[in-house]
Design a protein around this ligand. Structure first.
Ligand SMILES: [Zn+2]
Length: 180
């Protein structure tokens, strides 16, 4: 399965590597190699990182903590202290090296540095009281995204991921109703 980078923030995209969290969780990061691929595909992160078992497990723990904090934010409740501690600890790690070039900014570093960047990015977002965090409107998706649309009227995590699926299902339902 392909990774989606539709949440508007790498911390939320990482949290979104588990889909259908409430009904039937699907984890796209089954092995350290999956995590390496996710980091490479994420535009904001260094390429060519390697994941050993320990950093892989650490990444999964940070992912779950980031998801919990994002959900706390969506539901308007206080942050879970254990998740806060883990994300804050991760954010205090070594940061990637940032280089400006004509093509833009490039980050380089290992997986630890990538995780630090993701945690810091998540912290900046979660601390922003003006950021509009939402859970996707498709039943069962559970992906959390930042709605930066005018008037905050976005309903889906992504059109390809969910919006078109919901619209197609509604269309099929109308056709069934019309032919019945
Ligand atoms: Zn969705």
């Amino acid at each position: 399965m392909d990774f989606a980078f539709v949440s508007g923030n790498p911390a939320l995209d990482l949290a979104g590597t588990v889909g259908s969290r409430r009904d039937n969780p699907v984890d796209l990061l089954a092995t350290p190699a999956d995590l390496e691929r996710w980091v490479t595909e994420c535009d904001e992160l260094p390429d060519d990182v390697t994941a050993d078992d320990a950093t892989f497990e650490a990444a999964l723990s940070v992912r779950e903590a980031l998801y919990r904090l994002a959900l706390d934010r969506v539901l308007g409740r206080s942050f879970d202290p254990g998740s806060l501690a883990l994300v804050n600890h991760t954010a205090a790690g070594p940061v990637p090296v940032m280089t400006l070039g004509d093509a833009g900014v490039e980050l380089s570093g290992d997986l630890r540095a990538a995780l630090t960047h993701v945690a810091r990015s998540g912290i900046t977002l979660l601390a922003d009281r003006d950021a509009c965090l939402k859970e996707c409107g498709r039943a069962g998706c559970t992906r959390i995204y930042v709605d930066r649309s005018r008037g905050a009227r976005r309903t889906w995590c992504g059109m390809d991921e969910c919006g078109n699926r919901v619209k197609a299902a509604a269309y099929r339902a109308r056709r069934r109703a019309a032919s019945a």
